[in-house]
Design a protein around this ligand. Sequence first.
Ligand code: ATP
Ligand code: MG
Length: 434
Amino acid sequence: MRRSRAFIPTTKEAPSEATLPSHQFLIRAGFINQQGAGLYNFMPLGKIVLEKIRAIVKEELDRAGCSEVQLSFVTPIGLWDRSGRSDTMGKEMLRISDRHQNEFVLSPTNEEAIVELVKNRVTSYKDLPLNLYQINTKFRDEARPRYGLLRGREFLMKDGYSFHASTEDMIREFNLMEETYKKIFTRLGLDFRVVAADSGAIGGTGSKEFHVLADSGEDTIVICDACDYGANIETIFESEEEIDALNEMSYEELQIKSIDEKCSCGGNLSFKKGIEVGHIFQLGDKYSSALEANFNDENGKPRPFEMATFGIGVSRLVASVIEQNHDENGCIWTKATAPYMVNIMISNIKDEAQTALGEELYEKLQTSHVEVMLDDRKDRFGFKMKDAELIGFPYTIIIGKELENGLVQIFERKTKENISVKTEDIYSKIMELI
Ligand code: ATP
Ligand code: MG
Protein backbone atom coordinates (compact mmCIF):
# COMPACT_ATOMS: atom_id res chain seq x y z
CA MET A 1 0.00 0.00 0.00
CA ARG A 2 1.20 3.50 -0.82
CA ARG A 3 0.83 5.76 2.17
CA SER A 4 -0.21 8.60 -0.12
CA ARG A 5 -3.28 6.52 -1.12
CA ALA A 6 -4.08 5.01 2.29
CA PHE A 7 -6.82 6.00 4.72
CA ILE A 8 -4.94 6.20 8.02
CA PRO A 9 -6.15 9.32 9.86
CA THR A 10 -3.52 9.65 12.62
CA THR A 11 -3.92 12.35 15.28
CA LYS A 12 -1.90 13.85 18.12
CA GLU A 13 -4.76 13.81 20.61
CA ALA A 14 -6.81 10.97 22.04
CA PRO A 15 -10.34 11.52 23.42
CA SER A 16 -10.31 12.40 27.14
CA GLU A 17 -12.15 9.21 28.16
CA ALA A 18 -9.39 7.07 26.60
CA THR A 19 -7.31 6.23 29.67
CA LEU A 20 -5.67 2.99 28.53
CA PRO A 21 -2.79 2.77 26.03
CA SER A 22 -4.66 0.49 23.60
CA HIS A 23 -7.66 2.82 23.53
CA GLN A 24 -5.48 5.92 23.01
CA PHE A 25 -3.10 4.46 20.44
CA LEU A 26 -5.67 2.54 18.36
CA ILE A 27 -7.62 5.78 17.94
CA ARG A 28 -4.59 8.07 17.51
CA ALA A 29 -2.97 5.73 14.97
CA GLY A 30 -6.17 5.52 12.90
CA PHE A 31 -7.07 1.85 13.52
CA ILE A 32 -10.56 2.43 14.96
CA ASN A 33 -12.97 5.22 15.69
CA GLN A 34 -15.86 5.48 18.08
CA GLN A 35 -19.34 5.64 16.63
CA GLY A 36 -21.22 5.70 19.94
CA ALA A 37 -20.86 4.32 23.49
CA GLY A 38 -19.24 0.89 23.11
CA LEU A 39 -19.61 0.98 19.30
CA TYR A 40 -16.52 1.09 17.09
CA ASN A 41 -15.72 1.34 13.39
CA PHE A 42 -12.66 -0.49 12.15
CA MET A 43 -10.71 1.58 9.67
CA PRO A 44 -8.35 -0.13 7.17
CA LEU A 45 -5.48 -0.82 9.60
CA GLY A 46 -7.84 -2.05 12.32
CA LYS A 47 -9.64 -4.26 9.84
CA ILE A 48 -6.37 -5.87 8.72
CA VAL A 49 -5.39 -6.73 12.31
CA LEU A 50 -8.88 -8.05 13.10
CA GLU A 51 -8.79 -10.28 10.01
CA LYS A 52 -5.31 -11.58 10.89
CA ILE A 53 -6.50 -12.63 14.33
CA ARG A 54 -9.68 -14.12 12.89
CA ALA A 55 -7.62 -16.14 10.37
CA ILE A 56 -5.36 -17.63 13.07
CA VAL A 57 -8.38 -18.54 15.22
CA LYS A 58 -10.05 -20.21 12.24
CA GLU A 59 -6.94 -22.08 11.13
CA GLU A 60 -6.33 -23.65 14.53
CA LEU A 61 -10.00 -24.53 15.11
CA ASP A 62 -10.37 -26.12 11.68
CA ARG A 63 -7.20 -28.10 12.33
CA ALA A 64 -8.74 -29.36 15.59
CA GLY A 65 -11.78 -30.67 13.70
CA CYS A 66 -14.29 -27.86 14.28
CA SER A 67 -16.62 -26.59 11.51
CA GLU A 68 -17.46 -22.94 10.94
CA VAL A 69 -21.08 -21.79 10.68
CA GLN A 70 -22.73 -18.38 10.73
CA LEU A 71 -25.83 -17.89 12.82
CA SER A 72 -28.31 -15.08 12.42
CA PHE A 73 -27.36 -12.12 14.65
CA VAL A 74 -31.01 -11.35 15.42
CA THR A 75 -32.77 -14.16 17.32
CA PRO A 76 -36.47 -14.53 18.22
CA ILE A 77 -37.20 -14.00 21.93
CA GLY A 78 -39.13 -17.32 22.01
CA LEU A 79 -35.82 -19.21 21.98
CA TRP A 80 -34.67 -17.37 25.09
CA ASP A 81 -38.04 -17.90 26.81
CA ARG A 82 -37.67 -21.65 26.37
CA SER A 83 -34.22 -21.82 28.00
CA GLY A 84 -35.32 -19.40 30.72
CA ARG A 85 -32.60 -16.90 29.84
CA SER A 86 -35.00 -14.14 28.76
CA ASP A 87 -35.42 -13.65 32.53
CA THR A 88 -31.87 -14.35 33.73
CA MET A 89 -29.79 -12.43 31.15
CA GLY A 90 -31.08 -9.11 32.42
CA LYS A 91 -30.50 -5.78 30.74
CA GLU A 92 -27.36 -6.86 28.90
CA MET A 93 -29.59 -8.55 26.36
CA LEU A 94 -30.92 -5.92 23.96
CA ARG A 95 -34.46 -6.55 22.77
CA ILE A 96 -35.99 -5.09 19.63
CA SER A 97 -39.43 -5.29 18.02
CA ASP A 98 -40.21 -5.55 14.33
CA ARG A 99 -43.09 -3.81 12.50
CA HIS A 100 -45.46 -6.65 13.54
CA GLN A 101 -44.52 -6.21 17.22
CA ASN A 102 -42.61 -9.51 17.25
CA GLU A 103 -39.82 -9.40 19.83
CA PHE A 104 -36.20 -10.22 19.00
CA VAL A 105 -32.83 -10.20 20.71
CA LEU A 106 -29.43 -9.01 19.40
CA SER A 107 -27.36 -12.14 20.16
CA PRO A 108 -25.18 -11.76 23.26
CA THR A 109 -24.16 -15.47 22.91
CA ASN A 110 -25.77 -18.32 20.95
CA GLU A 111 -26.29 -21.52 22.98
CA GLU A 112 -30.04 -21.62 22.29
CA ALA A 113 -29.71 -20.98 18.56
CA ILE A 114 -27.05 -23.65 18.05
CA VAL A 115 -29.01 -26.26 20.02
CA GLU A 116 -32.04 -25.47 17.86
CA LEU A 117 -29.89 -25.88 14.72
CA VAL A 118 -28.52 -29.28 15.74
CA LYS A 119 -31.75 -30.62 17.26
CA ASN A 120 -33.46 -33.20 15.00
CA ARG A 121 -30.55 -32.98 12.54
CA VAL A 122 -28.13 -34.97 14.66
CA THR A 123 -30.16 -37.90 15.92
CA SER A 124 -27.73 -40.74 16.64
CA TYR A 125 -24.68 -41.28 18.86
CA LYS A 126 -22.95 -42.28 15.60
CA ASP A 127 -23.06 -38.63 14.43
CA LEU A 128 -21.24 -37.43 17.57
CA PRO A 129 -19.03 -35.66 18.56
CA LEU A 130 -19.66 -32.41 16.74
CA ASN A 131 -18.00 -29.01 17.28
CA LEU A 132 -19.49 -25.98 15.49
CA TYR A 133 -18.23 -22.41 15.79
CA GLN A 134 -18.77 -18.97 14.34
CA ILE A 135 -16.84 -15.72 14.37
CA ASN A 136 -19.61 -13.20 14.51
CA THR A 137 -20.90 -9.95 15.99
CA LYS A 138 -22.28 -10.00 19.52
CA PHE A 139 -24.20 -7.32 21.34
CA ARG A 140 -24.23 -6.91 25.12
CA ASP A 141 -25.70 -3.76 26.55
CA GLU A 142 -22.87 -3.45 29.06
CA ALA A 143 -23.60 -1.20 32.05
CA ARG A 144 -20.22 0.49 31.61
CA PRO A 145 -18.80 0.16 28.11
CA ARG A 146 -15.23 1.43 28.41
CA TYR A 147 -11.59 0.97 27.53
CA GLY A 148 -12.26 0.98 23.79
CA LEU A 149 -12.29 -2.48 22.25
CA LEU A 150 -11.70 -4.15 25.62
CA ARG A 151 -15.29 -3.64 26.75
CA GLY A 152 -17.54 -2.74 23.87
CA ARG A 153 -21.26 -3.23 23.49
CA GLU A 154 -20.97 -4.51 19.93
CA PHE A 155 -17.93 -6.76 19.52
CA LEU A 156 -16.58 -9.69 17.56
CA MET A 157 -16.52 -13.04 19.32
CA LYS A 158 -15.60 -16.55 18.31
CA ASP A 159 -18.23 -18.75 19.91
CA GLY A 160 -18.04 -22.52 19.63
CA TYR A 161 -20.38 -25.27 20.84
CA SER A 162 -19.73 -29.00 21.01
CA PHE A 163 -22.13 -31.94 21.28
CA HIS A 164 -21.30 -35.32 22.79
CA ALA A 165 -22.78 -38.69 23.71
CA SER A 166 -21.01 -38.85 27.10
CA THR A 167 -19.48 -36.64 29.78
CA GLU A 168 -16.07 -38.28 29.18
CA ASP A 169 -16.15 -37.33 25.53
CA MET A 170 -17.21 -33.76 26.37
CA ILE A 171 -14.25 -33.47 28.76
CA ARG A 172 -11.91 -34.81 26.06
CA GLU A 173 -13.08 -32.04 23.71
CA PHE A 174 -12.81 -29.45 26.49
CA ASN A 175 -9.16 -30.44 26.97
CA LEU A 176 -8.56 -30.39 23.21
CA MET A 177 -9.97 -26.85 23.03
CA GLU A 178 -7.76 -25.78 25.94
CA GLU A 179 -4.73 -26.94 23.94
CA THR A 180 -6.08 -25.33 20.76
CA TYR A 181 -6.62 -21.99 22.51
CA LYS A 182 -3.07 -22.15 23.88
CA LYS A 183 -1.80 -22.60 20.31
CA ILE A 184 -3.86 -19.62 19.14
CA PHE A 185 -2.65 -17.23 21.85
CA THR A 186 0.95 -18.44 21.47
CA ARG A 187 0.82 -17.82 17.71
CA LEU A 188 -0.51 -14.33 18.37
CA GLY A 189 2.63 -13.67 20.41
CA LEU A 190 0.82 -13.10 23.72
CA ASP A 191 1.96 -13.74 27.29
CA PHE A 192 -1.08 -15.46 28.81
CA ARG A 193 -2.23 -17.80 31.59
CA VAL A 194 -5.02 -20.38 31.78
CA VAL A 195 -6.97 -20.12 35.04
CA ALA A 196 -9.84 -21.89 36.81
CA ALA A 197 -12.93 -19.70 36.50
CA ASP A 198 -16.48 -19.04 37.55
CA SER A 199 -19.14 -20.07 35.01
CA GLY A 200 -21.33 -16.97 35.44
CA ALA A 201 -24.57 -16.57 33.47
CA ILE A 202 -23.61 -19.24 30.92
CA GLY A 203 -23.81 -21.94 33.61
CA GLY A 204 -22.33 -25.42 33.66
CA THR A 205 -20.01 -27.48 35.82
CA GLY A 206 -16.44 -26.40 35.10
CA SER A 207 -14.78 -23.58 33.25
CA LYS A 208 -11.38 -22.07 32.47
CA GLU A 209 -10.42 -18.60 31.36
CA PHE A 210 -7.47 -17.43 29.28
CA HIS A 211 -5.93 -14.20 30.54
CA VAL A 212 -3.47 -11.94 28.79
CA LEU A 213 -1.22 -10.60 31.54
CA ALA A 214 -1.43 -6.80 31.59
CA ASP A 215 -1.48 -4.17 34.34
CA SER A 216 -4.66 -2.72 32.86
CA GLY A 217 -6.58 -6.02 33.14
CA GLU A 218 -9.97 -5.80 34.85
CA ASP A 219 -9.63 -9.25 36.43
CA THR A 220 -7.36 -10.40 39.23
CA ILE A 221 -5.86 -13.84 39.00
CA VAL A 222 -3.59 -15.92 41.19
CA ILE A 223 -0.72 -17.74 39.53
CA CYS A 224 2.04 -20.06 40.70
CA ASP A 225 5.69 -19.32 39.86
CA ALA A 226 6.63 -23.00 39.68
CA CYS A 227 3.78 -24.85 37.93
CA ASP A 228 0.99 -23.88 35.55
CA TYR A 229 -1.65 -23.48 38.29
CA GLY A 230 -3.79 -20.38 37.97
CA ALA A 231 -7.21 -19.27 39.22
CA ASN A 232 -9.47 -16.26 38.91
CA ILE A 233 -9.90 -14.83 42.43
CA GLU A 234 -13.67 -15.23 41.88
CA THR A 235 -13.13 -18.98 42.44
CA ILE A 236 -10.94 -18.54 45.54
CA PHE A 237 -12.60 -15.82 47.61
CA GLU A 238 -16.20 -16.09 48.68
CA SER A 239 -17.00 -12.55 49.70
CA GLU A 240 -17.99 -10.14 46.92
CA GLU A 241 -16.38 -7.27 48.89
CA GLU A 242 -13.04 -9.02 49.01
CA ILE A 243 -13.15 -9.76 45.26
CA ASP A 244 -14.17 -6.19 44.40
CA ALA A 245 -11.44 -4.77 46.63
CA LEU A 246 -8.77 -6.89 44.93
CA ASN A 247 -10.07 -6.01 41.46
CA GLU A 248 -9.87 -2.30 42.34
CA MET A 249 -6.19 -2.59 43.32
CA SER A 250 -3.45 -1.54 40.86
CA TYR A 251 -0.73 -3.93 40.01
CA GLU A 252 1.86 -2.29 42.15
CA GLU A 253 -0.60 -2.60 45.08
CA LEU A 254 -1.21 -6.28 44.39
CA GLN A 255 2.50 -7.00 44.30
CA ILE A 256 2.86 -5.92 47.91
CA LYS A 257 -0.17 -7.90 48.98
CA SER A 258 1.00 -11.35 49.96
CA ILE A 259 -1.07 -14.48 49.57
CA ASP A 260 -0.79 -17.17 52.25
CA GLU A 261 -1.81 -20.36 50.52
CA LYS A 262 1.30 -21.91 49.02
CA CYS A 263 0.51 -23.78 45.82
CA SER A 264 0.10 -27.57 46.24
CA CYS A 265 3.27 -28.01 44.18
CA GLY A 266 5.22 -26.01 46.78
CA GLY A 267 5.66 -22.98 44.50
CA ASN A 268 4.84 -19.40 45.47
CA LEU A 269 1.51 -17.87 44.54
CA SER A 270 1.11 -14.26 43.51
CA PHE A 271 -1.61 -11.91 42.27
CA LYS A 272 -1.61 -10.62 38.69
CA LYS A 273 -3.93 -8.51 36.56
CA GLY A 274 -5.37 -10.17 33.48
CA ILE A 275 -7.54 -9.40 30.46
CA GLU A 276 -9.97 -12.26 29.79
CA VAL A 277 -9.56 -13.16 26.11
CA GLY A 278 -11.04 -16.65 26.16
CA HIS A 279 -13.43 -18.75 28.25
CA ILE A 280 -14.28 -22.44 27.90
CA PHE A 281 -17.16 -24.13 29.73
CA GLN A 282 -18.28 -27.68 30.44
CA LEU A 283 -22.02 -27.23 30.06
CA GLY A 284 -23.44 -30.71 30.50
CA ASP A 285 -27.09 -30.99 29.42
CA LYS A 286 -28.31 -27.61 30.71
CA TYR A 287 -29.40 -26.31 27.30
CA SER A 288 -30.10 -29.60 25.53
CA SER A 289 -32.49 -30.66 28.33
CA ALA A 290 -34.24 -27.29 28.44
CA LEU A 291 -34.72 -27.28 24.67
CA GLU A 292 -35.43 -31.03 24.47
CA ALA A 293 -32.54 -31.73 22.12
CA ASN A 294 -31.92 -35.48 22.23
CA PHE A 295 -29.96 -38.15 20.37
CA ASN A 296 -30.48 -41.92 20.42
CA ASP A 297 -27.77 -43.74 22.38
CA GLU A 298 -26.34 -47.21 21.58
CA ASN A 299 -29.47 -48.84 23.04
CA GLY A 300 -31.79 -46.63 21.00
CA LYS A 301 -32.73 -44.66 24.10
CA PRO A 302 -33.19 -40.88 23.68
CA ARG A 303 -30.80 -38.77 25.79
CA PRO A 304 -29.99 -35.06 25.88
CA PHE A 305 -26.65 -34.04 24.33
CA GLU A 306 -23.70 -33.42 26.63
CA MET A 307 -22.38 -30.01 25.65
CA ALA A 308 -19.41 -27.68 26.05
CA THR A 309 -19.04 -24.09 24.88
CA PHE A 310 -15.97 -22.06 23.95
CA GLY A 311 -15.51 -18.30 23.50
CA ILE A 312 -12.74 -16.00 22.31
CA GLY A 313 -12.94 -12.20 22.34
CA VAL A 314 -11.61 -11.56 18.83
CA SER A 315 -11.96 -7.75 18.84
CA ARG A 316 -10.81 -7.62 22.50
CA LEU A 317 -7.64 -9.38 21.35
CA VAL A 318 -6.74 -6.46 19.04
CA ALA A 319 -6.57 -4.18 22.10
CA SER A 320 -4.95 -6.87 24.30
CA VAL A 321 -1.96 -7.12 21.96
CA ILE A 322 -1.37 -3.38 22.47
CA GLU A 323 -1.97 -3.44 26.24
CA GLN A 324 0.89 -5.92 26.39
CA ASN A 325 3.06 -4.35 23.66
CA HIS A 326 3.44 -0.57 23.54
CA ASP A 327 5.70 2.25 24.69
CA GLU A 328 5.21 6.01 25.11
CA ASN A 329 5.37 6.51 21.32
CA GLY A 330 2.66 4.05 20.30
CA CYS A 331 1.85 0.51 19.21
CA ILE A 332 4.32 -2.38 18.99
CA TRP A 333 2.58 -5.16 17.02
CA THR A 334 3.66 -8.76 17.34
CA LYS A 335 4.78 -10.38 14.09
CA ALA A 336 1.52 -12.30 13.72
CA THR A 337 -0.67 -9.22 14.21
CA ALA A 338 1.23 -6.37 12.50
CA PRO A 339 -0.95 -4.71 9.83
CA TYR A 340 2.17 -4.25 7.67
CA MET A 341 5.48 -5.92 8.44
CA VAL A 342 7.68 -3.39 6.67
CA ASN A 343 7.39 0.35 6.14
CA ILE A 344 9.65 1.88 3.48
CA MET A 345 10.35 5.49 4.32
CA ILE A 346 11.49 7.75 1.50
CA SER A 347 12.90 10.64 3.53
CA ASN A 348 12.80 13.18 0.74
CA ILE A 349 10.55 12.33 -2.17
CA LYS A 350 12.15 15.08 -4.28
CA ASP A 351 15.37 13.07 -4.23
CA GLU A 352 15.25 10.87 -7.35
CA ALA A 353 17.72 8.25 -6.11
CA GLN A 354 15.81 7.81 -2.84
CA THR A 355 12.49 7.48 -4.66
CA ALA A 356 13.89 5.03 -7.21
CA LEU A 357 15.29 2.73 -4.51
CA GLY A 358 12.06 2.99 -2.48
CA GLU A 359 9.95 2.04 -5.50
CA GLU A 360 12.27 -0.82 -6.43
CA LEU A 361 12.22 -2.29 -2.91
CA TYR A 362 8.45 -1.83 -2.69
CA GLU A 363 7.98 -3.87 -5.88
CA LYS A 364 10.41 -6.56 -4.82
CA LEU A 365 8.93 -7.05 -1.35
CA GLN A 366 5.39 -7.15 -2.71
CA THR A 367 6.44 -9.80 -5.21
CA SER A 368 7.84 -11.78 -2.26
CA HIS A 369 4.42 -11.50 -0.52
CA VAL A 370 5.73 -9.24 2.23
CA GLU A 371 3.06 -6.90 3.64
CA VAL A 372 4.69 -3.57 2.90
CA MET A 373 3.79 0.12 3.13
CA LEU A 374 5.62 2.73 1.04
CA ASP A 375 5.69 6.11 2.77
CA ASP A 376 5.79 8.31 -0.33
CA ARG A 377 4.24 11.40 1.30
CA LYS A 378 5.68 14.87 0.88
CA ASP A 379 5.78 15.49 4.66
CA ARG A 380 8.86 16.09 6.79
CA PHE A 381 10.99 13.11 7.81
CA GLY A 382 10.48 13.71 11.57
CA PHE A 383 6.71 13.78 11.18
CA LYS A 384 6.67 10.60 9.11
CA MET A 385 8.92 8.80 11.59
CA LYS A 386 6.65 9.72 14.54
CA ASP A 387 3.71 8.42 12.54
CA ALA A 388 5.51 5.13 11.83
CA GLU A 389 6.25 4.66 15.54
CA LEU A 390 2.66 5.46 16.51
CA ILE A 391 1.30 2.87 14.04
CA GLY A 392 3.94 0.36 15.09
CA PHE A 393 5.32 -1.22 11.89
CA PRO A 394 7.83 -3.85 13.14
CA TYR A 395 10.47 -2.61 10.66
CA THR A 396 10.97 0.71 8.88
CA ILE A 397 13.56 0.91 6.11
CA ILE A 398 14.82 4.49 6.09
CA ILE A 399 16.09 5.68 2.75
CA GLY A 400 17.77 9.00 3.53
CA LYS A 401 20.95 11.05 3.15
CA GLU A 402 23.21 8.03 3.78
CA LEU A 403 22.14 6.68 0.43
CA GLU A 404 24.93 8.83 -1.08
CA ASN A 405 27.34 6.49 0.76
CA GLY A 406 25.47 3.39 -0.39
CA LEU A 407 23.71 2.85 2.96
CA VAL A 408 20.14 2.66 4.26
CA GLN A 409 18.90 2.11 7.83
CA ILE A 410 16.56 -0.47 9.30
CA PHE A 411 14.67 0.80 12.35
CA GLU A 412 13.26 -1.94 14.58
CA ARG A 413 10.16 -0.69 16.40
CA LYS A 414 10.41 -2.98 19.42
CA THR A 415 14.04 -2.28 20.34
CA LYS A 416 14.24 1.18 18.68
CA GLU A 417 17.56 0.07 17.25
CA ASN A 418 18.84 1.46 13.95
CA ILE A 419 21.13 -0.69 11.88
CA SER A 420 22.97 0.45 8.75
CA VAL A 421 22.83 -1.87 5.79
CA LYS A 422 24.46 -1.61 2.35
CA THR A 423 21.84 -0.93 -0.32
CA GLU A 424 22.70 -4.12 -2.18
CA ASP A 425 22.08 -6.18 1.01
CA ILE A 426 18.85 -4.54 2.17
CA TYR A 427 16.47 -7.00 0.51
CA SER A 428 18.15 -10.11 1.94
CA LYS A 429 18.59 -8.48 5.37
CA ILE A 430 14.91 -7.54 5.69
CA MET A 431 13.82 -10.99 4.50
CA GLU A 432 16.07 -12.52 7.14
CA LEU A 433 14.60 -10.29 9.88
CA ILE A 434 10.96 -10.99 9.12
P1 ATP B 1 -16.28 -10.23 30.99
O1 ATP B 1 -16.12 -10.95 32.30
O2 ATP B 1 -15.04 -9.55 30.51
O3 ATP B 1 -17.50 -9.33 30.98
P2 ATP B 1 -17.66 -12.51 30.06
O4 ATP B 1 -17.13 -13.52 31.00
O5 ATP B 1 -19.00 -11.94 30.30
O6 ATP B 1 -16.60 -11.33 29.89
P3 ATP B 1 -17.95 -14.56 28.03
O7 ATP B 1 -19.41 -14.77 28.09
O8 ATP B 1 -17.05 -15.54 28.65
O9 ATP B 1 -17.61 -13.07 28.56
O10 ATP B 1 -17.57 -14.31 26.48
C1 ATP B 1 -16.47 -14.90 25.80
C2 ATP B 1 -15.38 -13.88 25.48
O11 ATP B 1 -15.90 -12.72 24.81
C3 ATP B 1 -14.73 -13.30 26.72
O12 ATP B 1 -13.73 -14.17 27.20
C4 ATP B 1 -14.17 -11.98 26.21
O13 ATP B 1 -12.88 -12.17 25.65
C5 ATP B 1 -15.14 -11.56 25.12
N1 ATP B 1 -16.03 -10.48 25.61
C6 ATP B 1 -17.02 -10.57 26.51
N2 ATP B 1 -17.62 -9.39 26.72
C7 ATP B 1 -16.98 -8.51 25.90
C8 ATP B 1 -17.14 -7.12 25.65
N3 ATP B 1 -18.09 -6.41 26.27
N4 ATP B 1 -16.32 -6.52 24.74
C9 ATP B 1 -15.36 -7.24 24.11
N5 ATP B 1 -15.17 -8.57 24.30
C10 ATP B 1 -15.95 -9.20 25.18
MG1 MG C 1 -16.19 -15.15 30.63
